[in-house]
Design a protein around this ligand. Structure first.
Ligand code: FDA
Length: 393
Protein backbone atom coordinates (compact mmCIF):
# COMPACT_ATOMS: atom_id res chain seq x y z
CA UNK A 1 0.00 0.00 0.00
CA UNK A 2 1.35 3.43 -0.96
CA UNK A 3 1.56 6.18 1.63
CA UNK A 4 1.72 9.92 0.95
CA UNK A 5 0.77 13.10 2.80
CA UNK A 6 -1.55 14.44 0.10
CA UNK A 7 -3.26 12.62 -2.75
CA UNK A 8 -4.70 14.86 -5.45
CA UNK A 9 -7.43 13.29 -7.59
CA UNK A 10 -7.29 14.83 -11.08
CA UNK A 11 -4.36 16.40 -12.94
CA UNK A 12 -6.25 19.35 -14.40
CA UNK A 13 -5.63 23.02 -13.72
CA UNK A 14 -6.89 22.99 -10.13
CA UNK A 15 -5.30 19.68 -9.17
CA UNK A 16 -1.85 20.50 -10.51
CA UNK A 17 -1.90 23.91 -8.86
CA UNK A 18 -2.90 22.48 -5.49
CA UNK A 19 -0.22 19.77 -5.82
CA UNK A 20 2.53 22.29 -6.57
CA UNK A 21 1.66 24.39 -3.52
CA UNK A 22 1.44 21.41 -1.16
CA UNK A 23 4.69 20.02 -2.59
CA UNK A 24 6.47 23.35 -2.05
CA UNK A 25 5.54 23.10 1.62
CA UNK A 26 7.45 19.85 1.81
CA UNK A 27 4.42 17.57 1.70
CA UNK A 28 4.75 14.24 -0.13
CA UNK A 29 2.21 14.66 -2.91
CA UNK A 30 0.79 12.17 -5.41
CA UNK A 31 -1.47 13.25 -8.28
CA UNK A 32 -3.62 10.57 -9.94
CA UNK A 33 -5.49 10.88 -13.25
CA UNK A 34 -7.00 8.38 -15.65
CA UNK A 35 -6.00 10.47 -18.68
CA UNK A 36 -2.82 9.82 -20.65
CA UNK A 37 -1.61 13.41 -20.21
CA UNK A 38 -2.14 16.10 -17.57
CA UNK A 39 -4.10 19.29 -18.25
CA UNK A 40 -5.93 18.11 -21.35
CA UNK A 41 -8.53 20.87 -21.02
CA UNK A 42 -5.81 23.47 -20.69
CA UNK A 43 -4.38 22.16 -23.96
CA UNK A 44 -7.61 22.69 -25.93
CA UNK A 45 -8.66 25.86 -24.10
CA UNK A 46 -8.91 29.28 -25.68
CA UNK A 47 -8.63 27.83 -29.18
CA UNK A 48 -5.26 26.29 -28.22
CA UNK A 49 -3.92 29.48 -26.64
CA UNK A 50 -5.47 29.14 -23.15
CA UNK A 51 -7.36 32.16 -21.88
CA UNK A 52 -5.64 31.67 -18.52
CA UNK A 53 -7.19 34.50 -16.52
CA UNK A 54 -9.09 37.77 -16.74
CA UNK A 55 -8.14 41.20 -15.42
CA UNK A 56 -11.79 41.89 -14.51
CA UNK A 57 -12.24 39.29 -11.77
CA UNK A 58 -15.35 40.33 -9.79
CA UNK A 59 -17.89 38.52 -7.69
CA UNK A 60 -20.79 39.09 -10.10
CA UNK A 61 -18.87 37.19 -12.77
CA UNK A 62 -19.16 33.90 -10.92
CA UNK A 63 -22.34 31.87 -10.48
CA UNK A 64 -22.91 29.86 -7.34
CA UNK A 65 -25.74 29.27 -4.93
CA UNK A 66 -23.59 31.26 -2.51
CA UNK A 67 -22.22 34.03 -4.68
CA UNK A 68 -19.75 35.33 -2.09
CA UNK A 69 -18.14 31.94 -1.52
CA UNK A 70 -15.41 32.29 -4.17
CA UNK A 71 -14.34 35.72 -2.93
CA UNK A 72 -11.90 34.55 -0.28
CA UNK A 73 -9.84 32.29 -2.55
CA UNK A 74 -9.97 34.76 -5.44
CA UNK A 75 -8.63 37.49 -3.15
CA UNK A 76 -5.87 35.36 -1.70
CA UNK A 77 -4.59 34.17 -5.06
CA UNK A 78 -5.38 36.80 -7.68
CA UNK A 79 -5.17 37.18 -11.44
CA UNK A 80 -2.06 39.36 -10.85
CA UNK A 81 -0.45 36.49 -8.94
CA UNK A 82 -1.01 34.12 -11.83
CA UNK A 83 0.20 36.68 -14.38
CA UNK A 84 3.41 37.07 -12.34
CA UNK A 85 3.86 33.30 -12.50
CA UNK A 86 3.36 33.25 -16.27
CA UNK A 87 5.83 36.14 -16.64
CA UNK A 88 8.42 34.41 -14.46
CA UNK A 89 8.10 31.35 -16.70
CA UNK A 90 8.86 33.56 -19.72
CA UNK A 91 5.50 32.88 -21.37
CA UNK A 92 4.44 35.76 -23.62
CA UNK A 93 0.78 36.75 -23.48
CA UNK A 94 -1.64 39.37 -24.73
CA UNK A 95 -5.06 40.76 -23.86
CA UNK A 96 -7.50 39.82 -26.58
CA UNK A 97 -10.65 41.61 -25.47
CA UNK A 98 -12.67 42.27 -22.29
CA UNK A 99 -9.68 41.63 -20.01
CA UNK A 100 -9.13 38.13 -21.42
CA UNK A 101 -5.46 37.08 -21.31
CA UNK A 102 -4.15 34.48 -23.76
CA UNK A 103 -0.72 32.93 -24.43
CA UNK A 104 0.91 34.40 -27.55
CA UNK A 105 2.19 30.94 -28.40
CA UNK A 106 0.41 27.85 -27.17
CA UNK A 107 -1.60 26.54 -24.22
CA UNK A 108 0.98 23.77 -23.92
CA UNK A 109 3.34 26.38 -22.43
CA UNK A 110 1.04 26.63 -19.39
CA UNK A 111 0.98 22.83 -19.05
CA UNK A 112 4.78 22.69 -19.36
CA UNK A 113 5.10 25.37 -16.65
CA UNK A 114 2.83 23.40 -14.30
CA UNK A 115 4.62 20.12 -14.99
CA UNK A 116 8.01 21.72 -14.38
CA UNK A 117 6.76 23.24 -11.12
CA UNK A 118 5.32 19.90 -10.04
CA UNK A 119 8.65 18.23 -10.77
CA UNK A 120 10.57 20.86 -8.81
CA UNK A 121 8.16 20.52 -5.90
CA UNK A 122 8.73 16.74 -5.86
CA UNK A 123 5.16 15.89 -6.85
CA UNK A 124 4.63 12.37 -8.18
CA UNK A 125 2.19 11.97 -11.09
CA UNK A 126 0.36 8.75 -11.96
CA UNK A 127 -1.35 8.95 -15.34
CA UNK A 128 -3.57 6.32 -16.93
CA UNK A 129 -4.69 5.32 -13.44
CA UNK A 130 -8.34 4.82 -12.57
CA UNK A 131 -9.80 5.84 -9.24
CA UNK A 132 -12.16 3.92 -7.01
CA UNK A 133 -13.55 4.44 -3.56
CA UNK A 134 -12.22 7.07 -1.14
CA UNK A 135 -12.76 6.11 2.50
CA UNK A 136 -11.75 7.24 5.94
CA UNK A 137 -8.88 5.33 7.56
CA UNK A 138 -6.69 5.76 10.62
CA UNK A 139 -4.80 9.07 10.29
CA UNK A 140 -6.57 10.09 7.09
CA UNK A 141 -7.95 8.33 4.04
CA UNK A 142 -7.54 5.37 1.75
CA UNK A 143 -8.00 5.80 -1.98
CA UNK A 144 -8.49 2.84 -4.30
CA UNK A 145 -6.59 3.16 -7.58
CA UNK A 146 -5.82 0.73 -10.39
CA UNK A 147 -2.23 0.72 -9.05
CA UNK A 148 -3.35 -0.27 -5.58
CA UNK A 149 -4.66 1.42 -2.47
CA UNK A 150 -2.97 4.67 -1.42
CA UNK A 151 -3.11 6.06 2.10
CA UNK A 152 -2.98 9.83 2.58
CA UNK A 153 -3.53 12.30 5.38
CA UNK A 154 -5.32 14.65 2.97
CA UNK A 155 -7.33 14.11 -0.20
CA UNK A 156 -7.86 16.93 -2.71
CA UNK A 157 -10.66 16.18 -5.16
CA UNK A 158 -9.95 18.04 -8.42
CA UNK A 159 -11.67 15.84 -10.99
CA UNK A 160 -13.63 18.67 -12.62
CA UNK A 161 -17.22 18.56 -13.88
CA UNK A 162 -19.12 16.61 -16.51
CA UNK A 163 -18.31 18.73 -19.56
CA UNK A 164 -16.82 16.99 -22.58
CA UNK A 165 -17.03 13.33 -21.49
CA UNK A 166 -14.91 12.47 -24.54
CA UNK A 167 -12.00 14.15 -22.77
CA UNK A 168 -12.38 12.09 -19.62
CA UNK A 169 -14.94 14.12 -17.62
CA UNK A 170 -16.82 11.73 -15.35
CA UNK A 171 -18.63 13.41 -12.50
CA UNK A 172 -16.50 11.24 -10.19
CA UNK A 173 -15.93 14.08 -7.69
CA UNK A 174 -19.65 14.44 -7.03
CA UNK A 175 -19.82 10.75 -6.08
CA UNK A 176 -16.91 11.16 -3.68
CA UNK A 177 -18.71 14.13 -2.07
CA UNK A 178 -21.94 12.18 -1.72
CA UNK A 179 -20.16 9.17 -0.25
CA UNK A 180 -19.11 11.48 2.62
CA UNK A 181 -22.61 12.93 2.98
CA UNK A 182 -21.59 16.22 1.34
CA UNK A 183 -24.45 17.65 -0.74
CA UNK A 184 -24.08 18.40 -4.44
CA UNK A 185 -26.27 21.08 -6.04
CA UNK A 186 -28.04 20.40 -9.32
CA UNK A 187 -25.55 20.24 -12.19
CA UNK A 188 -26.20 21.36 -15.77
CA UNK A 189 -24.18 22.18 -18.88
CA UNK A 190 -23.10 25.84 -19.08
CA UNK A 191 -21.19 28.03 -21.52
CA UNK A 192 -22.93 25.96 -24.16
CA UNK A 193 -24.68 26.66 -27.51
CA UNK A 194 -28.49 26.84 -27.32
CA UNK A 195 -30.76 24.78 -29.54
CA UNK A 196 -34.16 25.55 -31.05
CA UNK A 197 -37.30 23.73 -32.18
CA UNK A 198 -37.87 22.84 -35.83
CA UNK A 199 -40.18 25.84 -36.28
CA UNK A 200 -37.33 28.30 -35.56
CA UNK A 201 -34.69 26.15 -37.20
CA UNK A 202 -36.55 26.51 -40.51
CA UNK A 203 -35.40 30.13 -40.73
CA UNK A 204 -32.27 29.79 -38.60
CA UNK A 205 -30.64 26.93 -40.49
CA UNK A 206 -30.09 28.90 -43.70
CA UNK A 207 -28.28 31.45 -41.52
CA UNK A 208 -25.77 28.86 -40.23
CA UNK A 209 -22.35 30.46 -40.25
CA UNK A 210 -23.69 34.03 -40.14
CA UNK A 211 -22.33 36.00 -37.20
CA UNK A 212 -22.88 39.35 -35.55
CA UNK A 213 -19.60 40.75 -34.30
CA UNK A 214 -21.35 42.87 -31.69
CA UNK A 215 -24.80 41.61 -30.74
CA UNK A 216 -26.44 41.57 -27.35
CA UNK A 217 -28.15 38.58 -25.78
CA UNK A 218 -30.06 38.94 -22.55
CA UNK A 219 -32.31 37.09 -20.17
CA UNK A 220 -34.08 39.32 -17.70
CA UNK A 221 -31.61 41.85 -16.35
CA UNK A 222 -28.50 39.90 -17.35
CA UNK A 223 -27.11 40.64 -20.80
CA UNK A 224 -23.87 40.21 -22.74
CA UNK A 225 -22.54 42.40 -25.55
CA UNK A 226 -20.43 40.02 -27.56
CA UNK A 227 -20.48 38.09 -30.82
CA UNK A 228 -23.47 35.90 -31.77
CA UNK A 229 -23.27 33.02 -34.25
CA UNK A 230 -26.09 31.19 -36.03
CA UNK A 231 -25.57 27.42 -36.28
CA UNK A 232 -27.40 24.47 -37.80
CA UNK A 233 -28.90 23.74 -34.38
CA UNK A 234 -29.53 27.27 -33.13
CA UNK A 235 -27.31 29.92 -31.61
CA UNK A 236 -23.75 30.03 -30.40
CA UNK A 237 -20.96 32.60 -30.04
CA UNK A 238 -19.66 34.16 -26.81
CA UNK A 239 -22.82 36.17 -26.00
CA UNK A 240 -24.98 33.04 -26.29
CA UNK A 241 -22.55 30.83 -24.34
CA UNK A 242 -22.56 33.43 -21.57
CA UNK A 243 -26.35 33.65 -21.36
CA UNK A 244 -26.64 29.85 -21.34
CA UNK A 245 -25.39 29.90 -17.74
CA UNK A 246 -28.42 32.00 -16.76
CA UNK A 247 -31.10 30.56 -19.06
CA UNK A 248 -33.48 27.81 -17.93
CA UNK A 249 -35.83 25.57 -19.96
CA UNK A 250 -39.07 27.29 -20.91
CA UNK A 251 -37.59 30.80 -20.76
CA UNK A 252 -37.04 33.22 -23.62
CA UNK A 253 -33.84 35.08 -24.43
CA UNK A 254 -33.73 38.45 -26.14
CA UNK A 255 -31.48 39.11 -29.08
CA UNK A 256 -30.51 42.68 -29.94
CA UNK A 257 -29.01 42.70 -33.43
CA UNK A 258 -27.77 46.30 -33.28
CA UNK A 259 -27.10 47.26 -29.63
CA UNK A 260 -27.13 50.98 -28.97
CA UNK A 261 -28.58 51.96 -32.34
CA UNK A 262 -31.81 53.98 -32.62
CA UNK A 263 -33.29 51.69 -35.24
CA UNK A 264 -36.59 53.57 -35.58
CA UNK A 265 -34.72 56.78 -36.42
CA UNK A 266 -32.39 54.89 -38.75
CA UNK A 267 -35.25 53.31 -40.72
CA UNK A 268 -37.18 56.59 -40.88
CA UNK A 269 -34.09 58.29 -42.31
CA UNK A 270 -33.53 55.47 -44.83
CA UNK A 271 -37.14 55.83 -45.94
CA UNK A 272 -36.61 59.57 -46.39
CA UNK A 273 -33.39 59.37 -48.40
CA UNK A 274 -33.86 56.01 -50.17
CA UNK A 275 -37.59 55.30 -50.16
CA UNK A 276 -37.46 53.14 -53.26
CA UNK A 277 -35.07 50.68 -51.68
CA UNK A 278 -36.32 47.48 -50.05
CA UNK A 279 -36.33 47.11 -46.26
CA UNK A 280 -33.59 44.46 -46.49
CA UNK A 281 -31.31 46.93 -48.31
CA UNK A 282 -31.58 49.38 -45.43
CA UNK A 283 -31.16 46.64 -42.82
CA UNK A 284 -28.12 45.23 -44.61
CA UNK A 285 -26.31 48.48 -43.82
CA UNK A 286 -26.27 47.51 -40.14
CA UNK A 287 -26.35 43.67 -40.15
CA UNK A 288 -25.34 40.74 -42.37
CA UNK A 289 -27.35 40.66 -45.57
CA UNK A 290 -28.71 37.13 -45.00
CA UNK A 291 -30.05 38.20 -41.65
CA UNK A 292 -31.56 41.35 -43.16
CA UNK A 293 -33.51 39.13 -45.55
CA UNK A 294 -34.87 37.02 -42.69
CA UNK A 295 -35.96 40.11 -40.75
CA UNK A 296 -37.66 41.43 -43.87
CA UNK A 297 -39.43 38.13 -44.56
CA UNK A 298 -40.65 37.88 -40.96
CA UNK A 299 -41.97 41.44 -41.14
CA UNK A 300 -43.86 40.43 -44.30
CA UNK A 301 -42.43 43.51 -45.97
CA UNK A 302 -41.46 42.86 -49.59
CA UNK A 303 -42.09 46.29 -51.13
CA UNK A 304 -40.12 49.54 -51.03
CA UNK A 305 -39.55 51.42 -47.77
CA UNK A 306 -41.70 54.29 -49.00
CA UNK A 307 -44.71 52.00 -48.86
CA UNK A 308 -44.16 51.09 -45.24
CA UNK A 309 -46.01 53.15 -42.67
CA UNK A 310 -44.42 54.54 -39.54
CA UNK A 311 -45.96 51.90 -37.29
CA UNK A 312 -44.70 49.08 -39.49
CA UNK A 313 -41.17 50.50 -39.48
CA UNK A 314 -41.28 50.95 -35.73
CA UNK A 315 -42.36 47.34 -35.36
CA UNK A 316 -39.37 46.21 -37.41
CA UNK A 317 -37.11 48.44 -35.31
CA UNK A 318 -38.48 46.97 -32.10
CA UNK A 319 -37.97 43.42 -33.40
CA UNK A 320 -34.38 44.12 -34.42
CA UNK A 321 -33.57 45.57 -30.99
CA UNK A 322 -35.45 43.01 -28.94
CA UNK A 323 -36.05 39.75 -30.76
CA UNK A 324 -37.57 37.26 -28.32
CA UNK A 325 -36.44 33.72 -28.96
CA UNK A 326 -37.28 30.59 -27.01
CA UNK A 327 -34.54 27.96 -27.02
CA UNK A 328 -35.66 24.38 -26.36
CA UNK A 329 -32.38 23.18 -24.91
CA UNK A 330 -28.63 23.24 -25.19
CA UNK A 331 -26.02 21.10 -26.93
CA UNK A 332 -25.37 19.53 -23.51
CA UNK A 333 -22.17 18.28 -21.92
CA UNK A 334 -20.86 17.19 -25.32
CA UNK A 335 -19.84 20.76 -26.08
CA UNK A 336 -20.38 22.67 -22.80
CA UNK A 337 -17.22 24.42 -21.60
CA UNK A 338 -18.17 24.01 -17.96
CA UNK A 339 -20.60 22.44 -15.52
CA UNK A 340 -22.85 24.70 -13.51
CA UNK A 341 -23.48 23.55 -9.93
CA UNK A 342 -21.46 20.97 -8.05
CA UNK A 343 -20.22 20.36 -4.52
CA UNK A 344 -22.34 22.58 -2.28
CA UNK A 345 -20.29 25.54 -1.05
CA UNK A 346 -22.20 25.52 2.26
CA UNK A 347 -20.32 22.33 3.07
CA UNK A 348 -16.88 23.85 2.34
CA UNK A 349 -14.63 26.38 4.08
CA UNK A 350 -14.03 29.13 1.50
CA UNK A 351 -10.59 29.97 2.94
CA UNK A 352 -9.20 26.47 2.44
CA UNK A 353 -11.75 24.49 0.37
CA UNK A 354 -11.79 21.87 3.11
CA UNK A 355 -15.05 20.02 3.71
CA UNK A 356 -16.46 21.36 6.99
CA UNK A 357 -17.54 17.99 8.31
CA UNK A 358 -14.62 15.94 6.93
CA UNK A 359 -11.22 17.31 8.01
CA UNK A 360 -8.54 16.52 5.43
CA UNK A 361 -10.93 16.30 2.46
CA UNK A 362 -10.78 19.18 -0.04
CA UNK A 363 -12.65 20.04 -3.26
CA UNK A 364 -11.14 22.46 -5.77
CA UNK A 365 -11.86 23.76 -9.28
CA UNK A 366 -14.87 22.98 -11.41
CA UNK A 367 -16.18 20.17 -9.19
CA UNK A 368 -17.28 22.89 -6.75
CA UNK A 369 -20.50 24.88 -7.25
CA UNK A 370 -18.61 27.93 -8.57
CA UNK A 371 -18.83 28.70 -12.29
CA UNK A 372 -17.22 31.67 -13.96
CA UNK A 373 -18.17 33.64 -17.03
CA UNK A 374 -16.51 32.87 -20.31
CA UNK A 375 -13.16 34.64 -20.59
CA UNK A 376 -10.56 33.14 -18.25
CA UNK A 377 -12.71 33.24 -15.10
CA UNK A 378 -12.90 29.47 -14.78
CA UNK A 379 -9.15 28.95 -14.93
CA UNK A 380 -8.68 31.72 -12.35
CA UNK A 381 -11.09 29.85 -10.10
CA UNK A 382 -9.08 26.65 -10.66
CA UNK A 383 -5.78 28.43 -9.77
CA UNK A 384 -7.22 30.27 -6.75
CA UNK A 385 -9.11 27.36 -5.23
CA UNK A 386 -6.22 24.97 -5.89
CA UNK A 387 -3.74 27.42 -4.39
CA UNK A 388 -5.64 27.91 -1.12
CA UNK A 389 -6.07 24.18 -0.61
CA UNK A 390 -2.38 23.65 -1.37
CA UNK A 391 -1.42 25.98 1.50
CA UNK A 392 -2.98 23.74 4.14
CA UNK A 393 -3.60 20.22 2.84
P1 FDA B 1 -10.39 19.65 -15.29
O1 FDA B 1 -11.59 19.11 -15.99
O2 FDA B 1 -9.48 20.54 -16.05
O3 FDA B 1 -9.50 18.46 -14.73
C1 FDA B 1 -10.06 17.33 -14.13
C2 FDA B 1 -9.09 16.17 -14.27
O4 FDA B 1 -9.62 15.05 -13.58
C3 FDA B 1 -8.90 15.74 -15.71
O5 FDA B 1 -7.52 15.63 -15.99
C4 FDA B 1 -9.60 14.39 -15.79
O6 FDA B 1 -8.96 13.48 -16.68
C5 FDA B 1 -9.51 13.91 -14.37
N1 FDA B 1 -10.60 12.98 -14.00
C6 FDA B 1 -11.93 13.17 -14.09
N2 FDA B 1 -12.58 12.10 -13.66
C7 FDA B 1 -11.66 11.20 -13.27
C8 FDA B 1 -11.72 9.90 -12.74
N3 FDA B 1 -12.90 9.28 -12.52
N4 FDA B 1 -10.58 9.24 -12.48
C9 FDA B 1 -9.37 9.83 -12.71
N5 FDA B 1 -9.25 11.08 -13.19
C10 FDA B 1 -10.39 11.75 -13.48
N6 FDA B 1 -11.71 28.20 -19.00
C11 FDA B 1 -11.02 29.37 -19.01
O7 FDA B 1 -10.90 30.00 -17.96
N7 FDA B 1 -10.43 29.83 -20.15
C12 FDA B 1 -10.51 29.14 -21.35
O8 FDA B 1 -9.91 29.54 -22.36
C13 FDA B 1 -11.29 27.94 -21.36
N8 FDA B 1 -11.48 27.26 -22.52
C14 FDA B 1 -12.16 26.08 -22.51
C15 FDA B 1 -12.35 25.38 -23.72
C16 FDA B 1 -13.02 24.17 -23.72
C17 FDA B 1 -13.25 23.44 -25.01
C18 FDA B 1 -13.50 23.63 -22.50
C19 FDA B 1 -14.19 22.30 -22.45
C20 FDA B 1 -13.33 24.34 -21.31
C21 FDA B 1 -12.68 25.56 -21.31
N9 FDA B 1 -12.52 26.30 -20.13
C22 FDA B 1 -11.83 27.49 -20.15
C23 FDA B 1 -12.99 25.78 -18.83
C24 FDA B 1 -11.79 25.14 -18.10
O9 FDA B 1 -11.17 24.21 -18.96
C25 FDA B 1 -12.24 24.44 -16.81
O10 FDA B 1 -12.97 25.33 -16.02
C26 FDA B 1 -11.03 23.95 -16.04
O11 FDA B 1 -10.29 23.05 -16.83
C27 FDA B 1 -11.43 23.28 -14.74
O12 FDA B 1 -10.28 22.81 -14.12
P2 FDA B 1 -10.33 21.56 -13.11
O13 FDA B 1 -8.91 21.28 -12.79
O14 FDA B 1 -11.28 21.83 -12.04
O15 FDA B 1 -10.95 20.38 -13.97
Amino acid sequence: MGQVDVIVLGAGAAGMFAAIEAGRRGRRVLVVDHAKAPGEKIRISGGGRCNFTNTGIAMERFLSRNQRFALSALRRYTAADFIARVDAAGIAWHEKTLGQLFCDGSATQIIAMLQRDMGQAGVELWLGTTLGEVRRAAGGFEVETSRGVVRAASVIVATGGKSIPKMGATGYGYKVAESFGIPVTETRPALVPLTFAEQELEWMRPLAGVSLAAGRVSRGKVGFDEAVLFTHRGLSGPAVLQISSYWREGEAITLDLVPGRDMAAFLAEEKRVAGRAALRTALAKVMPEKLARVVEAQAGAGGPLAEMGRAALEQVAARVRGWELRPVGSEGYRTAEVTLGGVDTDALDGRTMEAKGVPGLYFVGEVVDVTGWLGGYNFQWAWSSGWVAGQVA
